[in-house]
Design a protein around this ligand. Structure first.
Ligand SMILES: [Zn+2]
Length: 141
């Protein structure tokens, strides 16, 4: 789906900041971060137990199975698009270490993409939830 789809602008009519390009790009990124069907990496095709993975490969959204697209979903990839959207939406820089204001992130993320957001933050290694608070971990690069 292209960033210029009129549907997106209609959905976000209440808040014009949601039509800012970096915000639209962030939503497109989330939508495209997962491919349909199970992960076909070496470990998964060998039938390894995903519970032993430090970062998840397989997910269920919209009653279907999805896998994370590794080529575009490392922590620094997610950090890059999130920082741009955050800056555009809040007019402030997002520090990549410490507590993450997930409520604000959700305000510029389409509701239908919230499951992807909540899956991708930990699966990319960018953030994790500790006692109900999301913590950013600066990407290693
Ligand atoms: Zn896999």
């Amino acid at each position: 789906m292209s960033a210029e789809e009129p549907l997106i602008a209609d959905l976000f009519d209440v808040d014009k900041r949601l039509s800012l390009k970096p915000v639209v790009d962030f939503n497109s990124y989330l939508r495209n971060a997962f491919g349909e069907g199970p992960c076909r990496c070496h470990r998964c095709t060998e039938g390894q137990d995903q519970a032993g993975y430090s970062l998840a490969h397989n997910f269920t959204f919209d009653n279907r199975q999805w896998h994370r697209r590794f080529a575009s979903t490392c922590a620094s990839d997610v950090a890059q698009v999130l920082k741009k959207a955050w800056l555009s939406y809040t007019k402030a820089d997002l520090g990549l270490f410490g507590p993450l204001d997930l409520t604000t992130v959700k305000t510029f993320t389409e509701a239908s993409l919230h499951p992807r957001l909540l899956a991708l933050l930990p699966a990319s290694g960018l953030a994790r939830e500790v006692d109900g608070q999301w913590q950013l971990q600066a990407p290693a690069d």
